[in-house]
Write a protein that binds this ligand. Structure first.
Ligand SMILES: NC(=O)c1ccc[n+]([C@@H]2O[C@H](COP(=O)([O-])OP(=O)(O)OC[C@H]3O[C@@H](n4cnc5c(N)ncnc54)[C@H](O)[C@@H]3O)[C@@H](O)[C@H]2O)c1
Length: 210
């Protein structure tokens, strides 16, 4: 379906379309004009049209968008019809909080395992998932065909663990350690998440309004 290289900016906007369309679906909205969708999302109608034209366009003149069709199509573009067997490495505060969040499972990112080096945490279960020792990581990944790892460990430990994960055959890393991980293996993708970046943007905007 995708013929040309899609810009990162467009890809980053797709989850927002998906989220808004999901809300519309939940409210039994069958179709929506690009004007109405743009109004709700706070982006211009031409931006929406341009973004969706990257994938062939989905609207019809005079009709707008079929919500369910567009929702499913964007889900497919995002690869959400796939299931991702997921592990969390670093089962402290954040790792456990993420393990407790059931919406990841609903979206297809099923948390299969939790790993830590702290013997006081190993053996404890979080939402029915036992925290395992890091020594078991390689075998677990292979046996359970793990696709994706969430890193919630100290930043000094992240590069080594990430490198090991790559060698064990992981496909993607969702990194929360406060370091921009760069992997040499181009077949493995990383998404670095920094909540503080968002908080600092908020700080800037507060400063501007005072
Ligand atoms: N990106 C973000 O927005 C964001 C937000 C909050 C926290 N963080 C980061 O997430 C990480 C976790 O934060 P936290 O509050 O849960 O800390 P925490 O100390 O509660 O948990 C970290 C866990 O990692 C474990 N660990 C240490 N080395 C390990 C290794 N080699 N392999 C596996 N596990 C190992 C520790 O035993 C501990 O249980 C920190 O790096 C923190 O800075 C990032």
């Amino acid at each position: 379906m995708i013929q040309k290289k899609i810009s990162t900016a467009v890809i980053k906007r797709l989850p927002k379309y998906y989220r808004y369309l999901g809300d519309l679906l939940e409210n039994d909205v069958v179709r929506i004009s690009s004007k109405e969708l743009s109004h709700r999302m706070g982006v211009t109608a031409s931006q929406i049209r341009q973004d969706l034209n990257n994938f062939g366009g989905f609207g019809q003149q005079g009709y707008g968008y079929n919500v369910e069709y567009l929702y499913n199509a964007i889900g497919k573009i995002l690869g959400l019809e796939n299931k991702y067997n997921t592990i969390i490495v670093g089962a402290g505060n954040l790792g456990q909080a993420l393990a407790n969040y059931t919406n990841f499972d609903k979206r297809g990112f099923e948390v299969k395992g939790l790993f830590d080096v702290n013997p006081r945490l190993v053996g404890i279960t979080v939402r029915g998932i036992e925290i395992k020792d890091l020594d078991e990581l390689e075998e677990f990944i292979k046996v359970n065909r793990i696709d994706l790892a969430i890193l919630t460990l100290p930043k000094q430990k992240a590069p080594k663990v990430a490198n090991d994960l790559v060698n064990y055959g992981i496909k993607g890393i969702w990194n929360f350690a406060p370091i921009d991980l760069k992997l040499t293996n181009k077949n493995v993708v990383v998404e670095n998440v920094h909540l503080l970046d968002s908080l600092m943007t908020l700080s800037y905007n507060i400063k501007e309004t005072i």
